[in-house]
Design a protein around this ligand. Structure first.
Ligand code: NAP
Length: 256
């Protein structure tokens, strides 16, 4: 069990996650995060984008794993399955994705890397500690619960959509190219950023399947981060390409 002090800290952090997510949501509609196509001068020292991704994402599985194993103490329960989903996602994000991008000397400001490390450490702690400490609260019969089934379905659908959509983007550039093209295929038929839509589905699914406060905080933060960024990408596409398909939404099919 969590001690009373850590319980209070834990709930304060979860509340902080919600409040900061709310602030981030509005700020990112006004100021786009300066990485990728929105990189611009004036954001201080920067780092190679590939290393930026690795540094930014690594704390999430690392802190998650330490907190989970420490809290769990070797018990075999359904949380092992949830932990495996988390670690698989981040194995891809840390060890595969950064080596597949065509970064060609592109750079990410250290400030962005710093904020991402902060968030991922916080998020790894909240979710890893939750799953580790509350391991006994998921009976095996949870596998038949509609929340588990729906959440797992959304998570898997999100993974497939995210990977497929990112793959389409990565295929747009030949080796050595750094420019941008209009993506076609898959959910790009309806959306400018289906990779973000997939990411949103994934963590919404995780929140439903675990039916947990930290899962909900992460899903909320993902939306707060990616919905404004998708909006900025969407406007950017329209500015860059007059022939850009007008029927596409930014990130939520038929809505936004
Ligand atoms: N959970 C979260 O809060 C969170 C936050 C951020 C990212 N992510 C995930 O991380 C992944 C990458 O995110 P991102 O923000 O870098 O996505 P992105 O802006 O869509 O870019 C993905 C990759 O494709 C390239 N690319 C994008 N559009 C292109 C185009 N029209 N033509 C040619 N190349 C193009 C980008 O190159 P450039 O880098 O040169 O633009 C980048 O290497 C996504 O799967 C996203 O869901 C998750």
């Amino acid at each position: 069990m969590l001690g009373p002090i850590e319980t209070n800290v834990y709930h304060c952090l979860a509340l902080l996650g919600v409040l900061s997510g709310l602030a981030v949501f509005f700020i990112l509609f006004l100021i786009s995060a300066p990485y990728g196509r929105h990189t611009r001068a004036g954001w201080g020292p920067s780092i190679n984008s590939r290393w930026g991704w690795i540094l930014m994402e690594f704390p999430s599985p690392f802190v998650f794993l330490i907190c989970y194993v420490y809290g769990n103490g070797g018990r075999i329960s359904l949380t092992v399955f949830f932990a495996a989903l988390w670690l698989m996602h981040y194995f891809h994000r840390v060890c595969i994705f950064p080596f597949r991008i065509h970064e060609q000397g592109k750079r990410t400001p250290l400030l962005i890397v710093f904020f991402a490390i902060l968030f991922n450490t916080f998020n790894g702690y909240l979710n890893g500690r939750y799953l580790g400490v509350y391991a006994d609260e998921y009976p095996w019969s949870w596998c038949a619960d509609p929340r588990f089934v729906l959440g797992l379905f959304l998570f898997v659908a999100g993974v497939v959509i995210n990977l497929h959509s990112d793959q389409i983007l990565l295929n747009l550039r030949a080796p050595g190219e750094i420019g941008y093209k209009i993506p076609y295929g898959g959910l790009y038929r309806w959306l400018s950023c289906p990779n973000y839509f997939g990411e949103l589905l994934e963590w919404t699914g995780w929140a439903i399947a675990t039916w947990s406060l930290p899962g909900a905080v992460f899903a909320f933060w993902t939306a707060a981060n990616l919905v404004p960024r998708a909006h900025t990408h969407h406007l950017w596409y329209h500015q860059q390409f007059p022939e850009y398909p007008p029927e596409r939404c930014a990130v939520l099919p038929f809505l936004f």
